[in-house]
Write a protein that binds this ligand. Sequence first.
Ligand SMILES: [Fe+2]
Length: 357
Amino acid sequence: MASQSTTVENQWISKRFLFGTKLPIVYEPVHEKPIENFTDWIRTHQKEWREDLKNHGAILLRGFPVHEALDFQSILYATEEKNLGEFYLGTSPRDQVVKHVFTASELPPHYPIMQHAEMSFLDNPPKLLFFYAEKASEFGGETPLTDLREVYKEIDPKIIKKIETFGIRYRRRYDGPSKKSRFSLWKTKRWDEMFGTTNLEEVKKIADQNRFQLEWFGKDSLTITNEQSGFRIHPEANTIAWHNHSQTFHHQAAVSEVWKIVKRQKTIRSLGVAILLTLLTILKRLAGQKSHDVHVTYGNGEEISVNEMKSISDVFWKHMVAFPWQTGDVLIIDNFSVSHGRLPFTGPRRILVGWSD
Ligand SMILES: [Fe+2]
């Protein structure tokens, strides 16, 4: 992949773009310096990097001496963000590494993770999202990015109108602690893992704070329903972005994704996954929406059709940029403007994550 555009010299940090697109902007050191010099730079150049983040949506920090989770966390501290994440109310299975740093996802390597803004189904999703490539994979495993402001402009106006009118409704079903395994095919974690507790009063409290409606069923299984507007206005830039989890929660989304991945990765495994997932999705569709463990509809309960979902996926893939990770890379994402996902990979890979509310 060729890197393009001009290099802008600014003291000891240079800036450039990958792919000739403006997402992400890449910062690289011109001279080798210890991590402390870089965290000082982040701390003292708030206006400059925040302006770049606002305009481009993501900054890739490449070539800095970020060797472990604590170095990464020192960058999070240097941003002086007030509320660094410690409690994760999202859908991926994650492990805490140090106070504000988690593994990005413990989902198996062949699972694709579709484009989404982090925790967009919450009233207050993270403002900034940080990834760190502790170990880049040998093949695949990119964290593709998409500018959600561009997506909003290009989605079929009929879909935009329906979301404007009705919003988006999510319904997710989770097993409880009586089920020992961490994830099944259509479920990514258990509710006790998500809420971080088995105390039902505590679960109810967190649910109320987030406007989640809870319905218990079976031994200790749980259905969570909630609604969101589906778009979000950037608190500082005032721009509007597509901001919902239709891409990850709709049964059609994964199928559209895996066939696009077959074209991109051209591997036997991706073809196998695509065929298997297509068959399973047909069975799932035949079983009806009541059988879906995650389900997304318009806010009035109307289904988002398969064709509508395909058209949404096409817009994402048109604007998506995917660059191979290099070990030591750090990525800062404006979660109100840019979505992320994960392509399947082989070989060892460890990507860590942090965020600020
Ligand atoms: Fe995510």
